[in-house]
Design a protein around this ligand. Structure first.
Ligand code: HAM
Length: 436
């Protein structure tokens, strides 16, 4: 951070004085107006679905102490090993741009003593996240998620409710060809026993595994289920499955989550090999994907993380949640018709009448109407053309010798008296009071 280098802004070997264009960093994108409108729809839809179900909005900082993710997400995960944007700030603290939202929300839960509130505490967020991944279609280095966390109850109904809400969000947004897979990882003990059996199976077949999988037998054997190469896939076809070794309360919990999803008519497939990229999961895990997305098919996913709050310094507390990738949800839906901004009044004016135009626009806005005026010094002809481009319902034409209001629906020309107030009053007479 400190002692920052001054970049050379001339292209290498380029002529002196030629300034190099600056582009958005690789893997990031500008949310241009059309996409911003789509984002707004996602936000409104999420709010409409989640808040009546008792979820309240939370936003945590964009960056956190690195240790939060190292401990929370897990040292062995790809995220922590190679995808974090980590730097020392000017005070020498190790800081990381948040790669995900669950650990930060759990940190906030502990920090603000939310365990004293009625449980579960149900929170939702819509935020940007940062992972140093290889950019490709649907995969970015800065991306957006909408997510929920329900902290403080181990009841399987919390899992099923969360899943049903994610299903509703995807449905409501029109994501196509959505599939839901669900599994259970059991408790850490079940997993530890299972892990040993899986490692034994991998070691017995090590010569058929890809080099990457073979190198990670000790660190992260579960990731072998994710591998694409034929050799590893063959080995995994006969691997022991964690779901088969679920017992006692873990089994009951999973069966109840499935029964509740059935009761709510949420369609799902049980996938005993479902692997998630974060270490904090225990018991329920799930992922929604869309077949229209290609390689990056995961629309969203989540699960239960009963040990996480304790891991980051809080009391033993169960929790469950999910996050959906906003860019991917938008890619997975049919392109909706663009929604045009409605303009009630556009003000066109002769030289010298800018202030009158400005007053009309200000008064029309005060009256709750969408008003715009000429801002680029066009001729009257050019202004009228631009007014028509905006689709304005009324066009006020201010000339030195008087003002007329054109009704673009009926083509009537309404003469107006009484300056700015007269124009606004005439618009309101035709359109009624505004609601902006
Ligand atoms: P995740 O599976 O890592 O889970 O991310 C959730 C979703 O975010 C993915 O399914 C995908 O749609 C989107 N996503 C992830 N990485 C990228 C990327 N590089 N570019 C574009 N989209 C991406 C979590 O983050 C957990 N915190 C979810 C959770 C909440 N679990 C419990 N509570």
């Amino acid at each position: 951070m400190s002692g920052s280098r001054r970049p050379d802004i001339r292209p290498e070997g380029g002529p002196a004085g030629q300034i190099q264009k600056i582009q958005a960093p690789r893997g990031t994108q500008d949310v241009l107006p059309e996409a911003a409108a789509a984002f707004a729809v996602v936000e409104a839809t999420a709010r409409r679905i989640l808040e009546p179900a008792g979820f309240q909005r939370i936003e945590t900082p964009t960056f956190e102490a690195t240790d939060l993710f190292a401990r929370g997400v897990g040292e062995a995960t790809d995220i922590v090993q190679k995808e974090m944007y980590t730097f020392d700030d000017a005070g020498g603290r190790s800081i990381t741009l948040r790669p995900e939202g669950t650990a930060p929300v759990c940190r906030a839960y502990v920090e603000h003593g939310m365990q004293k509130l009625p449980q579960p505490v149900k929170l939702w967020y819509l935020s940007s996240f940062y992972r140093y991944e290889k950019p490709q279609a649907g995969r970015f280095r800065q991306f957006w998620q909408v997510g929920v966390e329900a902290i403080g109850s181990a009841d399987p109904a919390v899992d099923a409710e969360a899943i049903a809400l994610q299903d509703a969000l995807l449905r409501e947004l029109g994501a196509r060809e959505v599939r839901l897979r669900i599994g259970s990882l059991g408790t850490p003990q079940t997993r530890a026993e299972y892990r040993e059996r899986l490692q034994a199976h991998l070691r017995d077949n090590v010569d058929r595994l890809s080099a990457e999988v073979a190198a990670r037998i000790e660190l992260n054997p579960l990731r072998a289920f994710d591998a694409d190469d034929a050799g590893t896939r063959e080995v995994m076809a006969t691997a022991p499955l964690l779901l088969d070794s679920l017992a006692g309360e873990d089994r009951e919990h999973f069966d109840e989550v499935c029964a509740l999803l059935d009761a709510a008519d949420v369609a799902y497939a049980i996938d005993p090999t479902l692997v998630r990229g974060l270490d904090y999961y225990a018991r329920t895990v799930f992922e929604f994907s869309s077949d229209v997305l290609g390689a990056q098919s995961a629309l969203g996913g989540g699960g239960r993380y009963d040990g996480l709050v304790e891991l980051i310094g809080g009391p033993p507390t169960p929790g469950v949640g999910w996050a959906s990738g906003i860019e991917r949800m938008l890619l997975a839906r049919d392109t909706p018709a663009a929604v045009a901004t409605e303009v009630d009044l556009f003000v066109v004016f002769d030289d010298g009448l800018r202030q009158d135009a400005f007053t009309i626009v200000a008064r029309a806005r005060q009256a709750g109407r969408a008003a715009q005026m000429e801002l680029a010094g066009r001729s009257i002809k050019g202004q009228l053309k631009h007014a028509s481009r905006t689709g304005a319902r009324f066009v006020a034409v201010l000339r030195q010798d008087g003002t007329v209001l054109q009704d673009t629906e009926t083509n009537d020309e309404i003469p107006v008296e009484g300056g700015a107030d007269g124009v606004v009053a005439a618009v309101l007479r035709h359109m009624g009071p505004g609601s902006l």
